[in-house]
Design a protein around this ligand. Structure first.
Ligand SMILES: *Cc1c(COP(=O)(O)O)cnc(C)c1O
Length: 853
């Protein structure tokens, strides 16, 4: 890379400043669009007005007449129409918030798994009926247009979806929040199956246009990398450090609107896209190397090119660290320069922002804020730390040691030399505090050090986060306890008050109101519409569990959802769902700790018992098991498990001996869009991780809120779900976390369970016989021998208990009325799991922000 002529990491000269143009424009221009002048809170426009606007968008934006327009044109025009409608509210929200000078939440997350935007925007603006009628007048169908949208899959799974639920709740609760993240050009890969094996395709979500974003290249931010640091003496005679970076990129902000539900508030999600800087280009163009200049551009743009598809197992890749620093540097710069008044005193920064770190991915923000305050704003170390130590809070999402990020100091120092220096200095200060608290306990100081020495020198990002954060939270009660006891025991001993719990939640707007219209209608008819923003009111449904008429409507809603799913899977995957089956659903990322293999052993075991005559076919409860799961492309065991599931499905689904009573469906490419169709149809929710391994889970909450009963271990938020719905309405099985720990300590040997359990042995032997692999007895050795000889997540130890719990499931399902009663009580008693409640907990325990109301 060419060395750029830079001082203090500032742009080459003032004219090059990416913000120069925007400042020249002065204050935000008044809105000019006719709809943008509609008063906030005004009723939605008429059907005629809608049609006029829609056709106008189609003609002027898409440049086509209605008669010649494609579905994509129509979808884009509809999206613009809704977007225009939201615009006045968005601008007004921004103005109101800046004027009020209140504290905001800066949610820093490397992932946002948003799902489709159109349906949610129509819901938030109450435009569904008007759009439906207006489109009908044009001879168009709203559902067809909605199905045209490609969801932005800018996240892997639970962590990214959580961020999306949280920003929805904050907007709905009228809390000022800016979500900050990365606009990946390729989100999570599109999964396909070829002969049962996962094949990854690039996710080209931007290909047909992305109507929900507003790029603001004039508000771009420069981000520096590499180089070295040097010390100098400033005009006051103070010794200072500056970073002399080697290369830089531009961060271009893309704004997305985050509409609150029917409240007129529209918050902002600001995602950053990387571009080559002009200076960067020019330096090389001037050297006459055109090809190199183009390569350099590609190099810069690589930073936001693709989402890393690892979930819970980060790889220490340089590009990933570049991504993390890139979006965090853009976001801090943006907040400080653009959201605060010009004369704002940064000593009071904590009064205007709390940055929530969604896992350790954005924690490089801590040394970045220190650097800005010291190197650019002239703060002393103590002044800078005083501010920085009040501006961050940290959410931990795991207990798996391999999921905790550690960056090698080699890599970090090469990419961010100034930040590594600051991290070392933070560590020195931290260890001095530790030594003061525990004089002479050098072992403890080494244990707690932010800098690890083995296997190589590295920065423990979770320790850095914990030290710098005002609060550290786990994501469910059990997880927060284990976080204190097992992951960060020294830290929780030193600062017990720093640790807290906020149990995760999901947004009832997307996952109930939008995804389950029939159930929503029934709830509205029964207790009114207030539950959508006050989910605890679902409790009022409890007495109706005893009302036969209500039960019938509830069951009819479930049946309607199953019919809808049948259509979706037929069109999408060519899968036929049999009628009248118990729908048994396991949808989540493929990970050994989640134990899809345990579910698989149950299926194989049922099948084997029919083959061997231990069960007659009419003893098998008609059941369809639906899997949805992506495996990280480099995670061999997970991919082999997918292959095995698909091969078992092929054989089981084709075997006439089962008389169609057992079916395994594995639609490819599980995503939010599919979740919205699958979850409302589910009867049984599989939440079967080894106890102590799933931090919370949110799929479990979505299923319970849609009237599925859970079969689950005492893990994550399952614990709280079971406490709330009651043991009678939850199928608990498996070892508890302390039992898991005991067994691990004693020495676990899966082979003993195989030898000691005839049913388990028969199932595994059937796989080993080649029955599912056309006679090949070794195709699935990796999966089977891993279970037999290692089984880190103790699937074999929990097998019998799981099978017993499944027998209880079948017994309950045989009494359809009793099942429906339990399902209703699951809905009525799980209002706690609204992400609105999670947000209230964050506000009270961590952020101390106020709604604007
Ligand atoms: C909710 C959700 C998840 C998280 O599911 P868990 O069962 O909690 O792991 C993952 N992916 C998608 C698409 C989701 O909607």
């Amino acid at each position: 890379m060419p060395e750029l002529d830079q001082k203090n990491g500032q742009p080459l000269n003032a004219d090059e400043s990416p913000n120069a143009d925007r400042r020249a424009l002065g204050p935000t221009q008044p809105p000019t669009h006719p709809l943008a002048t509609a008063p906030v809170g005004a009723p939605p426009f008429s059907v005629d007005g809608f049609v006029k606007e829609f056709i106008h968008e189609l003609n002027t934006n898409q440049g086509v007449a209605l008669s010649r327009s494609s579905v994509n044109d129509q979808y884009l025009a509809l999206a613009s129409t809704v977007k225009n409608y939201l615009m006045a509210r968005w601008l007004e929200t921004g103005r109101k918030t800046r004027d009020a000078k209140v504290k905001a939440v800066g949610y820093l997350s490397a992932e946002y798994l948003l799902g489709r935007q159109l349906g949610n925007a129509l819901l938030a603006t109450d435009l569904n009926d008007i759009a439906k009628k207006g489109l009908e007048l044009c001879g168009l169908d709203l559902v067809t247009l909605r199905n045209q949208e490609v969801e932005p899959g800018l996240g892997n799974g639970g962590l990214g979806r959580l961020a999306a639920c949280f920003i929805d709740s904050l907007a709905t609760m009228d809390v000022p929040c800016i979500g900050y993240g990365i606009r990946y050009e390729y989100g999570i890969f599109r999964q396909t199956f070829v002969d049962g094996r996962q094949v990854e395709q690039p996710d080209t979500w931007l290909a047909l246009g992305s109507p929900w974003e507003f790029p603001h290249p004039e508000a771009s931010v420069q981000v520096n990398f590499g180089g070295r640091t040097e010390t100098y003496t400033d005009a006051d005679g103070t010794e200072r450090t500056r970073w002399v970076p080697e290369w830089n990129v531009l961060g271009v902000p893309y704004n997305y609107m985050v509409p609150g539900y029917l409240n007129g508030r529209v918050n902002t999600l600001r995602l950053w896209s990387a571009q080559a800087t002009k200076a960067f280009d020019l330096a090389i163009f001037n050297a006459g190397d055109y090809a190199q200049a183009v390569r350099a551009q590609t190099f810069a743009e690589n930073i936001s090119k693709v989402l890393y598809p690892e979930d819970s197992t980060p790889q220490g890749k340089e590009l990933r660290l570049q991504q993390q620093y890139f979006f965090v540097a853009c976001s801090l710069r943006d907040f400080i320069e653009n959201e605060l008044e010009d004369d704002f005193d940064l000593h009071d920064l904590d009064q205007r922002i709390i940055f929530q770190l969604n896992d350790t991915h954005p924690v490089i923000a801590v040394p970045e804020l220190m650097r800005i305050l010291m190197d650019e704003k002239g703060f002393s170390w103590d002044e800078a730390w005083e501010v920085t130590s009040k501006c961050f809070a940290y959410t931990c999402h795991t207990l798996l040691p391999e999921a905790l990020e550690v960056w090698s100091t080699d890599l970090l120092g090469r990419l961010l030399p100034r930040h590594l220096e600051i991290i070392y200095a933070i560590n020195e200060q931290f260890l001095a505090e530790v030594r003061e608290a525990y004089p002479g306990d050098e072992l403890r100081a080494r244990r707690m050090s932010i800098i690890a020495e083995f296997p190589e020198r590295g920065v423990r990002m979770a320790y850095l986060s914990t030290y710098a954060a005002t609060k550290v939270n786990g994501v469910a009660a059990l997880h927060s306890q284990l976080l204190r006891d097992k992951v960060l025991p020294d830290f929780s001993e030193l600062w017990p008050d720093k640790f807290t719990n906020v149990t995760n939640g999901v947004t009832p707007r997307r996952f109930v109101k939008m995804a389950n219209p029939k159930l929503s209608e029934l709830i509205n008819d029964t207790i009114g519409a207030g539950w959508v923003t006050d989910l605890e009111r679902l409790k009022e449904l409890e007495p109706f569990a005893e009302d036969p008429e209500f039960r019938e409507r509830f069951a009819e809603a479930k049946a309607w959802n199953k019919r809808r799913l049948t259509q979706v899977l037929r069109n999408r995957d060519g899968i036929d769902l049999p009628d009248g089956h118990l729908l048994d659903v396991m949808v989540k990322r493929l990970h050994e700790y989640k134990r899809q293999s345990l579910k698989l052993l149950h299926i194989v075991s049922l099948y084997e018992q029919v083959l061997s005559g231990k069960l007659t076919v009419d003893q098998v409860t008609p059941r369809t098991v639906v899997f949805g799961a992506k495996a990280a492309p480099g995670y061999k065991m997970a991919k082999d498990t997918i292959h095995l599931i698909n091969k078992v499905a092929e054989v089981v689904n084709a075997d006439p001996k089962l008389e169609g009573r057992l079916k395994v469906a594995f639609p490819a490419n599980y995503n939010v869009t599919l979740a919205e169709k699958l979850i409302p149809a589910a009867d049984l929710s599989e939440q079967i991780s080894l106890a102590g391994m799933e931090a919370s889970g949110t799929g479990n909450m979505k299923c319970a809120l849609n009237g599925a009963l859970t079969i689950g271990t005492d893990d994550g938020a399952n614990v709280e779900i079971r406490e709330l719905v009651g043991d009678k309405h939850f199928f608990l099985f498996g070892m508890s976390e302390p039992e898991v720990a005991d067994l691990g300590a004693k020495g676990y040997s899966p082979g003993a369970y195989y030898e000691g359990n005839a049913q388990l042995k028969a199932a595994i032997d059937l796989i080993l016989s080649g029955h599912f692999s056309g006679g090949d007895q070794h195709l699935f050795d990796s999966v089977v021998y891993n279970l037999l000889h290692s089984d880190r997540f103790m699937a074999l130890a929990d097998f019998q208990s799981y099978v017993d719990a499944q027998a209880r499931v079948e017994e309950r399902y045989a009494d359809r009325d009793a099942w429906t009663r339990s399902a209703i009580l699951n809905v009525a008693r799980t209002g706690f799991f609204s992400s609105d409640r999670s947000m209230r907990d964050y506000i009270q325990r961590i952020w101390h922000t106020q709604p604007m109301l």
